[in-house]
Structure formats: C-alpha cells, structure tokens
Design a binder for this molecule. Structure first.
Ligand SMILES: NC(=O)c1ccc[n+]([C@@H]2O[C@H](COP(=O)([O-])OP(=O)(O)OC[C@H]3O[C@@H](n4cnc5c(N)ncnc54)[C@H](OP(=O)(O)O)[C@@H]3O)[C@@H](O)[C@H]2O)c1
Length: 317
C-alpha cells in the first residue's frame, strides 16, 4: 500500500475507510471487514455519532490479531462546537474514550467554522461563534498542545482553503500536517493542491466517490452523479473494473490519500484494490477535463443568512 510519509517517519496508508453515514449497527462490521481485507487507515469523527462502535471494532480486531494498534492509522476530528480552547482537550478525550485508544494518529479541525458549545448543527445565526470571538489560531494553539502532550501524533485541518491554511502557517507554531477536503474529478481543486504541495501539506480527498448516500436534504435537485459519469464508466469498462476503482486511482495518482466510505463488504474490498489499477496518462488527462468546480458539500449550513461565515470566506473564492 502506498503511504504518505511524515517528518517523524510515520506513514499514513493512502487508502482509508470513511465512516460518515455508516450507521452504528453496521460500522462495527465495516471496520472489522476492512481490517481483515488489509485496510490500515480509518477516518472517524465524533459528529458521525459512531465512534464508540468504531472503537469496539478496533479493539476486537486488535484482540483477534487481525492488526496491531501500531499498524492502523486512526484519524478523528474536532467538531465545530468545541473550537474554544477550553473545549479542545475534553473533546479529544471523549473521542479517545469512544475509540478506546490512548492516542490518535491524526486529529483535524473539522471545519473552519465555530458553533456554540453543544450545537451540532446551527438552526439560527445565534448558534454561531464568530472568528473574532474564537479565532481559529486559538483553536490551533490548543491542538498544538495536544500534540505536545502526546495525545495525538499529528495535527491538521479539514475544509481549509488557501487563505485559512495561510493563516495557520503564519500564526501557528506547528504547521498543519494534513488538509482533508472534498476532492474528486468534479472538484479537483488544482490551485489548492499546488499550494498544499508547495507548503508540503499532504491532502486527503474526502467524498472521492461523490458521496451518493448523503441524506436527500443535503442534495441539490440537479446535482451530477459522479459514479454515473460516462467517461469514468468507459475507462472502467476498458479495464474491466468498477467506476469506483477509476475514481480512487485518479486520486491516488495525484498523490492524495482517499477515504471512500462503505459498509458493503464487496465495495470495501473493491476500493482497496483500486491501488493496483494502472491508468494511462491519456486516461488521467481525460479525467482531468471533468472539472466542474462542483461541491457536493458546500457547507451551506455554515453560511445561512446572518451567519458570520460566508461561502467566500469558507472557500477562499
Ligand atoms: N472532513 C469532512 O468534512 C468530511 C466530509 C465528508 C466526508 N468525509 C470523510 O470521507 C469519507 C468518504 O466520503 P463520503 O462518505 O461523503 O462519500 P464517498 O466515499 O464518496 O461515497 C460513499 C458512497 O459510495 C458507495 N460506495 C462505496 N464504494 C463503492 C463501490 N466500490 N462501488 C459502488 N458504490 C460504492 C457507498 O455505498 P456502500 O456503503 O453501500 O458501499 C456510499 O453510498 C466519509 O465517510 C468521511 O469519513 C469527511
């Protein structure tokens, strides 16, 4: 398995298992199946409301000898309502407790958006905390303290644009060691990729298959279905593989990690095998032409009328 190397010698496998929308009753089996299939990277978050079950699966897999803790890369994320520096450590401790781990491999600020403590999703502008009240740089300093204390091996961010990354680079002591963002052929974000590369910040591509199982309320009526794209399907047919294979290999080929979510055993196995697919330069270039700058997760909930955050702030566009 290809991996992303960190300055301290740690290696993050480039294909990981996503766990958003994996229901508590199914995620246990999905994580166990993935580890048995050879995955050594699991992407988690407390807002997915399933970290406890993920933790049970990790514990049972370690006990059964399927994998050892040292070999499995576990990422989790700080939710938006815990950005106040006083809340960062308790939030991480809850995640460690749920995952039944002593430390995480990677801890990310989930979004550059702060909510009132106790609010999962905003219902009114009153549910937001402005960047003036709790600056991202203060949250980052609290993340740095977790790393310093050995509770997390690496710290990074998620859904950060070039300007928000630059803010942390300018003001932080520790450089972000990851930016996890939506990325697939409809949203290849070449400028963000090249900025991150120039700063030696690795990227993890989330929703690499187009996040087709999002709740309907999160979907636009006219949104394009990535997995049904004719170009992707033609290339998949030519190789006798699934469209998922092609999408994941395109991401890997760009040097980004990919974290497809699945609770279907055949898909879990299929997605790992994408690392073995050889796509020609022509095929990769053809996929590059599919760019629509289309976000499946535009963060509309964070930019409602009256919110201190705007789409322009969020995406730096
Ligand atoms: N940092 C963030 O803000 C953020 C945001 C979104 C996502 N993420 C992370 O990224 C992960 C992946 O993104 P996502 O969950 O949005 O969507 P995704 O991985 O792009 O797509 C998941 C969908 O693809 C299906 N699928 C998976 N493998 C398949 C295959 N080989 N063939 C056909 N269908 C397949 C899944 O169904 P089955 O389950 O039936 O296989 C599910 O419906 C998340 O789970 C989460 O860990 C992070």
């Amino acid at each position: 398995m290809q991996s992303i190397s960190f300055a301290n010698g740690d290696e993050m496998p480039m294909v990981g298992l996503g766990t958003w929308k994996s229901p508590p009753g199914e995620v246990y089996k999905a994580v166990k199946t993935a580890l048995e299939a050879g995955y050594r990277h699991v992407d988690c978050a407390p807002i997915y409301k399933n970290e406890h079950e993920v933790g049970n699966a990790l514990r049972d897999s370690f006990d059964a000898g399927t994998a050892s803790r040292e070999d499995v890369w576990v990422t989790s994320k700080l939710w938006n309502d815990n950005h106040h520096p006083d809340n960062v450590r308790p939030a991480l401790e809850q995640t460690l407790d749920d995952l039944q781990l002593d430390a995480l491999d990677l801890y990310l600020i989930h979004w550059p958006v702060a909510l009132t403590h106790g609010v999962d999703f905003p219902e009114s502008p009153d549910d937001f905390v402005s960047p003036e009240e709790v600056p991202l740089t203060d949250t980052w300093a609290a993340m740095e303290a977790l790393k310093e204390d050995g509770l997390v091996r690496h710290i990074g961010v998620s859904n950060f644009s070039v300007p928000t990354l630059q803010l942390i680079l300018d003001e932080g002591e520790v450089r972000p060691e990851m930016n996890q963002v939506e990325m697939h052929p409809y949203l290849p974000q070449p400028d963000l990729v090249s900025f991150a590369k120039s700063q030696n910040i690795p990227i993890t591509a989330y929703s690499p298959l187009g996040s087709g199982d999002r709740p309907d309320a999160m979907k636009a009526d006219d949104e394009p279905t990535l997995m049904a794209n004719p170009t992707i399907n033609e290339i998949a047919d030519a190789h006798g593989v699934s469209p998922a294979h092609v999408l994941l290999q395109w991401g890997l080929n760009r040097g980004t990690a990919v974290i497809p979510k699945s609770t279907t055993p055949a898909h879990i196995e299929d997605n790992l095998a994408a690392a073995d697919l050889d796509l020609s330069t022509d095929e990769l270039q053809t996929i590059d032409t599919l760019d629509q700058n289309y976000r499946y997760l535009a963060g509309a909930a964070w930019t409602m009328e009256g919110s201190p955050y705007t789409q322009a702030d969020l995406w730096g566009e």
